[in-house]
Write a protein that binds this ligand. Structure first.
Ligand SMILES: Nc1nc2c(ncn2[C@@H]2O[C@H](COP(=O)(O)OP(=O)(O)O)[C@@H](O)[C@H]2O)c(=O)[nH]1
Ligand SMILES: [Mg+2]
Length: 217
């Protein structure tokens, strides 16, 4: 597979308290590595990976990882702004990190307006003894309207599922019109801008908006 070929690019952000294992999840997913003492992220880290969401439709995933500003609750607006997907991560062995999920969720939603970010809730460190039960995590996920996955960057359990679920959710959101390609916003990019222009023109001429919006056909 030629990895330089992609139809869409989604920008994804990692959210949640410091030390919940955001960088470890990314490292496990993109490099299949786990480090017991992972370096504190310095600057904003970028990771890239590719996923085929349906036959012939390849998505380039661009991940942004915080530079440890989350420790001081000082993540800047520019970090959120151009993102279409977010993994909301808490540590199942750390109740505070779970209690802060709603704040992360609300803060991001508020800051990205008028755009929308789609989330998946992740309970991390499933290899360790938990203090947050599956029931309460599922209840919160239900209240926020998000899917919930329990994972471990250490063992690799469900790591792929978290990222693939989020990617497919964004892709479905794109097809249904829940999220849209927009000029001047980098949350979603399309590899063929001319096709996008053409599609926009045909949508504005059509009396009813099509249900499926694909720019690369
Ligand atoms: N037991 C266990 N430890 C983990 C897991 N994920 C991360 N860690 C450890 O938790 C600490 C913080 O991880 P890090 O990825 O830097 O968290 P971040 O601050 O959210 O990016 C590191 O010492 C990791 O080795 C996991 O799934 N299980
Ligand atoms: Mg980190």
């Amino acid at each position: 597979m030629d990895l330089t070929l992609w139809q869409y690019q989604f920008r994804i952000i990692m959210l949640g308290d410091s030390t919940v294992g955001k960088s470890s999840l990314l490292k496990r997913y993109t490099e299949d590595l786990f480090l017991e003492s992972i370096n504190q992220t310095v600057g904003v880290d970028f990771y890239v990976s590719f996923l085929e969401v349906e036959p012939g439709v390849r998505v380039k995933l661009q991940f942004w990882d915080t530079a440890g500003q989350e420790r001081f609750r000082s993540v800047t607006r520019s970090y959120y702004r151009n993102s279409v997907g977010g993994l909301l991560v808490f540590d199942m062995t750390n109740r505070d990190s779970f209690d802060h999920i709603k704040e992360w969720h609300d803060e991001v939603r508020e800051r990205v307006q008028p755009h929308k970010v789609l989330f998946v809730l992740v309970g991390q460190k499933s290899d360790r003894e938990r203090v947050v039960s599956r029931e309460e995590a599922e209840k919160l996920a239900g209240q926020l309207g998000l899917p919930y996955v329990e994972a471990s960057a250490k063992t690799g359990h469900n790591v792929r599922e978290c990222f693939e679920l989020l990617t497919r959710r964004v892709y479905q959101g794109l097809l249904s019109g829940e999220v849209e390609l927009q000029e001047g916003w980098d949350g979603i990019k399309c590899a063929a801008p001319q096709a996008l222009q053409f599609q926009k023109a045909s949508i504005s001429q059509a009396s009813t908006a099509p249900k499926k919006k694909k720019c690369c056909e």
